[in-house]
Write a protein that binds this ligand. Structure first.
Ligand code: SF4
Length: 125
């Protein structure tokens, strides 16, 4: 029997949640104050996910890179693979905040969106 202890990050109440696991089966969950927290804690043990934040290179922009994030959490074990893939990309300026730069990268159920805008560099001056 293994007991995992978490501070729930879903709301500011920050409940201390314990998940008791035997093998791959959840035996008990304690300390949560709502079903969302319970579901989050169980997922955190069985298949943890994270939103990924990084940058993508920009061609012809006033900035060399644009900050991006996934619009939904992805499995933790795929983060490195996604980061490596995004490091190979280069997008063309201009980039608008909220613009989808990759839809379902590597088959993941998420989109990579710009979290800021990057204008074109003015090369005519
Ligand atoms: S268990 Fe529910 S009430 Fe407690 S921190 Fe998580 S979301 Fe908030």
């Amino acid at each position: 029997m293994t007991v995992y202890r978490f501070t729930c990050v879903i709301c500011p109440l920050s409940c201390s949640v314990e998940v008791e696991v035997e093998g791959s089966e959840v035996r008990d969950v304690r300390g949560f104050n709502c079903s969302r927290g319970r579901e989050w804690a169980v997922e955190e043990v069985l298949s943890p996910k994270r939103v990924v934040m990084t940058v993508i290179r920009v061609r012809g922009g006033k900035e060399p890179v644009v900050s991006v994030k996934t619009d939904s959490p992805i499995p933790k074990e795929r983060i490195r693979e996604l980061m490596n893939y995004l490091a190979t990309l280069e997008v063309e300026a201009p980039v608008s905040i909220g613009q989808v730069l990759e839809d379902r990268p590597l088959g993941l159920e998420t989109r990579v969106v710009a979290t800021r805008s990057v204008d074109r560099s003015d090369t005519s001056k």
